[in-house]
Design a protein around this ligand. Structure first.
Ligand SMILES: Nc1ncnc2c1ncn2[C@@H]1O[C@H](COP(=O)(O)OP(=O)(O)OP(=O)(O)O)[C@@H](O)[C@H]1O
Length: 316
């Protein structure tokens, strides 16, 4: 008779290995205190941007918020009054020709030599960029439906925008700066543009900074966003952080003074019934520790968060 053997003790489950430390994201563009005024209008007021390699950064702001002025300073078209720009590790006061070779730029208005066709413009522009990829240019003209042989003066505004985009993408710049690139595009072209942008960033590891006032399209493609309002950067971070951090609440008569630690006011609005609606920003930890007991609390859609940041409080 064979002896029944004792069941072997099951070994304790192996502890999972500690998570590998995440490498610090590589900063491809940083600005510090970027400021520019036009007469008495402070178009850009102390802006600190930070773009990480390989991300799409959505630069959101209403008309007149200062987006174009910021992007023009990044392109060396405008000189900042004060502040610094650090591009790919190199700190400069004003972006010069050497840095511009690493940048692809699509401005709001596309100005080309009017007598040149798309193909001729491609040949012309290719001379400035050692990494020009003509096969890519031809491909982009095809996907974006830009006629190759028609003079640029005869193209519609939207098609000129698409041509500008194809020119900017074809020299494979590490950083793309796009100023409201989808303005004036029809829904099909807008979709194609967003797909190309996403694909380009994912496959080539490029970084893109694109300005917009359309929350939906930024939500679709951006990894992180900056919200600019009256020249000031009011938020910078991931969409998830923004969604988790902002809440709207209704309080009886007045806001607690001072606000509980960690919470900051985004917008205050007097409701028709005399109560007050407050939109506040705070990390989940700040909310958990807050003694604040409003009547109601709600989270907001990104669209409504943007509206809260981009509208003035209706009372101080
Ligand atoms: N060349 C200029 N001369 C005077 N004021 C200017 C000039 N350029 C911009 N501004 C002012 O600076 C502020 C910011 O303008 P900017 O064009 O940067 O805003 P924006 O966010 O790009 O707006 P939009 O979405 O309408 O393009 C506005 O008040 C604008 O009138």
């Amino acid at each position: 008779m064979s002896e029944l053997s004792e069941p072997l003790p099951t070994p304790p489950p192996e502890a999972p290995p500690p998570p590998a430390p995440q490498p610090e994201p590589e900063i491809i563009l940083r600005t510090q205190g970027l400021t520019r005024a036009f007469h008495d209008v402070k178009a850009v007021n102390g802006v600190d941007l930070e773009l990480r390699r390989g991300e799409v950064y959505g630069f959101l702001g209403r008309n007149g918020a200062g987006k174009t002025t910021t992007l023009r300073m990044l392109m060396g078209i405008l000189r900042p009054d004060t502040g610094d720009i650090e591009l790919m590790g190199q700190r400069v006061r004003r972006v010069g020709e050497a840095q511009k070779r690493h940048l692809g730029y699509v401005s709001q208005e596309q100005v080309f030599y009017p007598w040149m066709t798309a193909l001729e413009l491609g040949r012309f522009v290719s001379g400035f960029y050692p990494h020009w990829d003509d096969a890519r240019f031809q491909h982009l003209l095809h996907v974006l439906d830009v006629p190759k042989d028609r003079k640029s003066a005869q193209l519609s505004g939207g098609t000129r925008m698409k041509l500008g985009l194809a020119l900017a993408l074809s020299h494979r710049p590490p950083l793309l700066i796009l100023d409201e690139p989808t303005a004036g595009l029809d829904p099909v072209a807008r979709r194609e543009f967003l797909d190309i942008l996403r694909d380009q960033v994912r496959r080539e590891g490029q970084t893109a900074l694109f300005s917009s006032h359309l929350v939906g399209e930024v939500e679709e493609v951006a990894h992180r966003i900056g919200i600019l309002h009256e020249g000031r950067l009011r938020f910078q971070g991931s969409l998830d952080t923004l969604r988790q951090s902002v809440r709207r609440m209704r309080v009886m008569e007045s806001a607690p003074e001072p606000l509980p630690p960690g919470l900051s006011l985004v917008r205050r609005e007097r409701l028709p019934d005399g109560h007050l609606a407050l939109v506040l920003f705070g990390t989940p930890g700040d909310w958990a520790n807050s003694p604040f007991a409003p009547e109601t609390v709600e989270t907001l859609s990104l669209e409504n968060i943007f509206l809260a940041y981009a509208r003035r409080s209706d009372e101080s």
